[in-house]
Design a protein around this ligand. Structure first.
Ligand SMILES: [Zn+2]
Length: 278
């Protein structure tokens, strides 16, 4: 962890320091070496939060964008007595989790159920092929069928499984893919500076928004994020209703036409495409 408590204050690890775990209260010792980033570890080698993952530079950079009070915040569910440490919890209660390691869908669902008002930020460079695959699909409009919409920066993606890692496709909260990584991947069009947000799927295709890091940091810091996401999801629900209605009408028309043809055949007449022969 980045922080432990010394005299009740959140403090970063420094050589030789001792503190206490914010979550379980156990003794923590500072680990400051050459290989791993400075962090706190429980003195008795156990991890009180099984959801906690070993932090990378990537985690630290992201967390560092927010005030210290918002970093590593204990979340407690009094119904189940469950306790976890959120990477970020904003003043408005939004939880932001930065996920580098693979997470299976079952685990992902559990965490979404626990945090509820949350957004994932996923390290999109964990596997070497993730970004090249995304890049190819996004630019070539290949099998995933990425289409622009009339809203700037919003895309519809008919087969998101060809763009994004499968474990994140059925998420019930927005998932943001960060493809920047450590800067070693080729990026001819500096696409990796943007973030790509996959929204919970409503209807037949997935919706993806492309925005800048700054826009994301602003929206999550000033508290507008949750409302804007809700508004956008409502818009998608409305649009989907209209689409379903249209499809139903078309289907009904199609059946009506077929019925007409069928009746005409019964009467021994040939269907002439709706035009009466005189
Ligand atoms: Zn602990």
């Amino acid at each position: 962890m980045r922080f432990a408590l010394i005299d009740g204050v959140k403090v970063e690890a420094s050589k030789g320091a001792k503190g206490f775990c914010q979550s379980c209260g156990a003794e923590m010792i500072a680990k400051c070496g050459d290989f791993k980033i400075n962090h706190w570890a429980h003195k008795r080698k156990y991890q009180c939060d099984t959801w906690w993952e070993t932090e990378t530079e990537w985690h630290r950079k992201w967390k560092g964008n927010y005030p210290i009070e918002w970093q590593e915040v204990i979340q407690f569910d009094s119904d189940t007595n469950e306790k976890h440490i959120a990477d970020i919890q904003t003043k408005k209660g939004l939880v932001i989790e930065f996920q580098h390691s693979r997470l299976n869908p079952e685990e992902r669902r559990k965490r979404e159920g626990f945090y509820k008002n949350m957004v994932w930020v996923v390290d999109g460079t964990r596997l070497k092929r993730d970004f090249p695959r995304f890049f190819k699909e996004w630019k070539s409009n290949g099998i995933s069928e990425v289409r622009r919409t009339d809203k700037s920066g919003i895309f519809e993606v008919w087969f998101p499984e060809f763009c994004f890692p499968e474990a994140w496709l059925k998420s019930s909260v927005p998932v943001i893919f960060d493809f920047l990584g450590d800067g070693t991947l080729e990026d001819p069009e500096s696409m990796r500076n943007s973030l790509y947000c996959l929204f919970p799927q409503i209807g037949k295709y997935a919706s993806v928004a492309e925005f800048s890091r700054k826009a994301f940091l602003n929206a999550t810091t000033n508290g507008n994020w949750t409302l804007r996401v809700q508004k956008f999801l409502n818009h998608l629900i409305e649009q989907n209703k209209i689409r379903v209605q249209k499809e139903r009408l078309e289907l009904e028309r199609h059946y009506a036409l077929n019925r007409y043809e069928f009746n005409q055949r019964l009467l021994g007449r040939k269907y002439t495409g709706g035009k009466r022969r005189l």
